[in-house]
Design a binder for this molecule. Structure first.
Ligand SMILES: CC(C)(COP(=O)(O)OP(=O)(O)OC[C@H]1O[C@@H](n2cnc3c(N)ncnc32)[C@H](O)[C@@H]1OP(=O)(O)O)[C@@H](O)C(=O)NCCC(=O)NCCS
Length: 179
């Protein structure tokens, strides 16, 4: 198996067009076929417009990082100190992995691991008690990936509609000092 060691760097507001493009492409590749075409189009336009992405990038607490190979972004992760998951989350100092998307040509290359290792190191260094994320209930590849990092189902879920197509996401979590 090819192992790639990407460069991880913070995404800056000036990178908004590049992040918007990468985010839309990887979201499309992941969810195309799971919702109506017009729902996908509407979601991409609303969520990954350059203006919206630039606004998100200008929030210093909402952190995005690119994984770059030869200077080209091939994946990204979003992380934020956030207890907005299931209400019980408020009990702990919690770090959310808001998104983790890697271009399909770079799956199984170690790029995803580099991003997730980076996230875990940040969580350890900053003494978070719990890390968490939400994932589509039928995204078994991502769930398998997260399970390799010790994420387990929290027992909580929430609706994550794409336009008018209803979908359900489940919350996974991992307690940094064990259960
Ligand atoms: C999720 C993602 C980051 C994982 O990265 P990756 O490089 O594909 O991860 P890996 O190959 O190390 O691990 C995937 C695991 O899922 C397994 N897998 C692949 N397809 C699967 C499927 N349909 N069902 C169950 N497991 C599956 C693989 O065999 C592998 O497990 P293994 O190491 O035990 O063999 C990457 O696939 C990705 O960016 N996907 C699209 C975006 C996405 O779904 N993001 C998550 C949103 S919450």
């Amino acid at each position: 198996m090819i192992r790639i060691q990407p460069k991880i760097r913070r995404v800056e507001p000036a990178d908004a067009p590049g992040l918007a493009r990468l985010a839309a492409e990887t979201f499309f590749d992941t969810f195309n076929g799971t919702c109506a075409e017009e729902d996908m189009e509407g979601y991409l336009e609303a969520t990954y417009s350059v203006e919206r992405v630039r606004q998100e990038l200008s929030n210093p607490d909402d952190m995005f990082f690119f994984a770059e190979v030869d200077g080209v972004p091939v994946g990204y992760i979003r992380m934020k100190e956030d207890d907005e998951g299931p209400p019980i989350m408020k009990k702990w100092k919690a770090l959310e992995c808001g998104r983790l998307y890697v271009k399909k040509e770079f799956h199984k290359t170690g790029v995803s691991q580099a991003l997730m290792d980076f996230f875990m190191e940040h969580a350890e260094k900053n003494q978070y008690q719990v890390v968490w994320l939400s994932v589509w209930e039928f995204n078994f590849r991502a769930q398998r990936f997260y399970s390799k990092y010790g994420f387990v189902p929290s027992g909580h879920s929430h609706p994550f509609p794409i336009g008018n197509t209803p979908q359900t996401d489940i919350y996974l979590w991992k307690f940094m000092n064990g259960p």
